[in-house]
Each structure stands twice: as structure tokens, then as C-alpha cells.
Ligand binder design. Structure first.
Ligand SMILES: Cc1cc2nc3c(=O)[nH]c(=O)nc-3n(C[C@H](O)[C@H](O)[C@H](O)COP(=O)(O)OP(=O)(O)OC[C@H]3O[C@@H](n4cnc5c(N)ncnc54)[C@H](O)[C@@H]3O)c2cc1C
Length: 308
């Protein structure tokens, strides 16, 4: 890290977002002896969950403990950290100016800002989010296998969540399937697999294992509800830099190459901000992949400066 005469700190890489994706990139770049600053607002997507599943060797660990360990590991290699929100990134000669808790310059930027789960406007869902109301059967299905479960449908894509969840229980009710726009032929497919259809949820109350879902036809008891949350990528920094996006069934996401490089030279986007299906292990891998490519791009720049 260097400091200009004007007092601006200069890093090889600034990483915006200190979740699994950002910290994983930081760890590898630190080990490659790059100067790295991670700026993080401290709101990881799974912060409300007590346990994290499906991560080999860390199954059941608290998501916040994983991040705490990650920060500790990365800091051993000189990675620096700042708390706060990055509000903008500008291109400057030789790299970028990152505006946040302070103004920083960087040769490369990694945006690992995740996504926001936009929840349906059903009273109770927000309060229960991460415990009794969740989104991912792979993450939270096993613990409630063979128990009565619910799906709160929000769009025709909820058909997929319902069919998937049927693998974990034979006692599954979908709330508001028709209201969410799932076509009749698909409703028949759900019924054919023994999935019950109920009117839209009006309110969810109780706690994990003892939930009550109130609908127009009464009250249904389930252990957990899986919610068709709409993923909204936190990609304003990327789109304002001009990064290209790709249309997906869930809306536009910034497009990248396999290493996370965006269409804007020097800008990487990794984890949920660019890939809504990036669970924790995938986000960790994305960070590692990006770090190695970023290091190579810095190296090539350094070679080009001395070789004529
Ligand atoms: C309820 C729930 C349970 C889950 N359980 C599991 C599970 O068991 N197993 C699993 O593999 N996955 C699980 N997931 C998915 C998991 O949360 C994501 O895979 C993971 O969080 C993606 O990591 P990320 O680094 O891309 O984003 P995040 O973890 O969301 O981290 C992004 C970080 O960037 C910060 N940030 C955003 N904008 C800015 C800004 N402008 N400036 C500075 N910082 C910013 C945020 O505050 C946040 O700290 C779960 C998700 C949910 C919602």
C-alpha cells in the first residue's frame, strides 16, 4: 500500500463486500503479496441464519463465525479492512477511485456486494426470515425433513421450489400458487406429486417447528416455510461503471467471464452480485478464481512496463 502526496491510500486491489466471495478473494490476493483493502458494510445475506450447511468441513457453522475466521486469516497476509458503504467507483488513470468511508485508489476492483432477498409482503415473513422462513431447500431442508412444510409462492418460478422441496417431505403445502401465476397445467403437476395447494398466505406466525400460516380458508400448521424471495443484486456500483448485464428469469444480472471479470477492464464481480445461485462454497471458489486472474492481470501490467 502506498499513499499519495494528497494522502490518498493506493492499493493493488480494493474489494467491496466482505462476505464469503470478497474474503476468499482477499485471502488469495494477500497470499500473493498484493496490497488489498476490503471495505464491508457488514450485512451478509445469510446473517439471520444461525447455521450454515453444505460447506465441506464447516457444515453447521455460524455464517458470522465463518466471516470472522476469514477476516482473521486474510489479515495474517496483510489484508486491510474498513467498515462502511462504498458509494461510487470512478475510473482514473491507471485504475479506479473508490468512494466510501475514505477515498481510495486501486489498480483493480472486485465488487462482491451480494444480493438482497426481496420478501413478499406477508406479515410475519420478515421477522421469521433466516430461521422459520427461508429460501433454499439445500441449505435448510434436511433439518425439517419429513415434517409438514410450506412454500409461499410469489411467481411462476415457485413451481420449481415446490417440486424441489417435495424431495424433503411428503407433507408439502403451496400457499398462493394460482395467485402467483403458476399455470393450471403446472398446478396439476404439483397435485400429481401429492403437493397440497392452499390460498395465499395472509400472515405467518410462531417459530421454527411451530408455524401457523393463516389463509382465506383457515390456519395451516407447518414447521418451516420456504419463500419465493426475489433476488435483487446489489450491483449499482457495477452498472454505473457500465458493466454489461445479462437477462435471467430473475431479472438482469451483471455478466462475467468464468473468473468474474466484467465487461469493464479491471472490474471483477463475484458471488451473489453476479450469480444468484452462488451458495457459500460457490462464492468461496469464485473469490479464489478471481484472485488468481486479477494477480495475473497485475503481473502482465508490471511486465509490460519494463519490457520494451
Ligand atoms: C436465510 C439464508 C440462509 C442461507 N443458508 C445458506 C447455507 O446454509 N449454505 C450456503 O451455502 N448458502 C446459504 N445461503 C446463501 C448465502 O447467504 C450466499 O451464498 C452468500 O452470502 C453469498 O456470498 P457473497 O459474498 O456473494 O455475499 P454476502 O455474503 O451477502 O456479502 C456481501 C457483503 O457486501 C456488503 N456490501 C454490499 N454493498 C456494499 C457496499 N456498497 N459497500 C460496502 N459493502 C457492501 C454487504 O453488507 C455484505 O457484507 C443462505 C442465504 C439465506 C438468505
Amino acid at each position: 500500500m502506498q499513499t499519495t502526496e494528497a494522502g490518498t491510500r493506493q492499493f493493488d486491489v480494493v474489494i467491496v463486500g466482505g462476505g464469503p466471495a470478497g474474503l476468499s478473494a482477499a485471502l488469495m490476493l494477500g497470499r500473493a503479496r498484493r496490497s488489498v483493502l476490503v471495505i464491508d458494510a457488514g450485512q451478509p445475506r445469510n446473517r439471520a441464519a444461525a447455521h450454515m450447511h453444505g460447506l465441506l468441513s464447516r457444515d453447521g457453522m455460524s455464517p458470522l463465525e465463518l466471516l470472522e475466521r476469514g477476516r482473521l486469516e486474510a489479515s495474517r497476509y496483510g489484508v486491510q479492512f474498513a467498515e462502511g458503504v462504498v458509494t461510487g467507483i470512478d475510473r482514473i488513470d491507471g485504475g479506479f477511485r473508490v468512494h466510501g468511508p475514505e477515498s481510495i485508489s486501486a489498480r483493480r476492483v472486485v465488487v462482491a456486494t451480494g444480493l438482497v432477498d426481496v420478501l413478499p409482503d406477508v406479515p410475519g415473513v420478515q421477522q421469521l426470515w433466516g430461521t422459520a422462513a427461508v429460501v433454499c431447500p439445500y441449505c435448510d431442508g434436511w433439518e425439517v425433513r419429513d415434517q409438514p412444510l410450506g412454500v409461499i409462492a410469489t411467481s411462476p418460478m415457485s413451481r420449481n421450489q415446490a417440486h424441489l422441496l417435495r424431495q424433503w417431505t411428503s407433507e408439502l403445502t403451496v400457499f398462493g400458487a394460482a395467485e402467483a401465476g403458476i399455470p393450471e397445467v403446472e398446478l396439476a403437476g404439483l397435485r400429481a406429486r401429492g403437493i397440497r395447494l392452499a390460498p395465499a398466505a395472509l400472515e405467518v406466525s410462531g417459530s421454527l417447528g411451530e408455524l401457523e400460516v393463516r389463509t382465506g380458508d383457515g390456519t395451516h400448521r407447518v414447521s418451516r416455510v420456504f419463500v419465493g424471495a426475489r433476488p435483487r443484486p446489489s450491483d449499482a456500483l457495477l452498472t454505473s461503471l457500465g458493466c454489461a448485464t445479462l437477462d435471467t428469469p430473475a431479472g438482469p444480472f451483471v455478466s462475467t467471464d468464468p473468473s468474474g471479470q466484467t465487461s469493464v477492464d479491471g472490474v471483477w464481480a463475484i458471488g451473489n452480485v453476479a450469480d444468484m445461485k452462488a451458495l457459500v462454497p460457490i462464492s468461496l471458489g469464485a473469490g479464489t478464481h478471481a484472485a488468481t486472474q486479477i494477480n495475473i492481470s497485475l503481473l502482465e501490467e508490471e511486465i509490460a512496463k519494463v519490457v520494451v
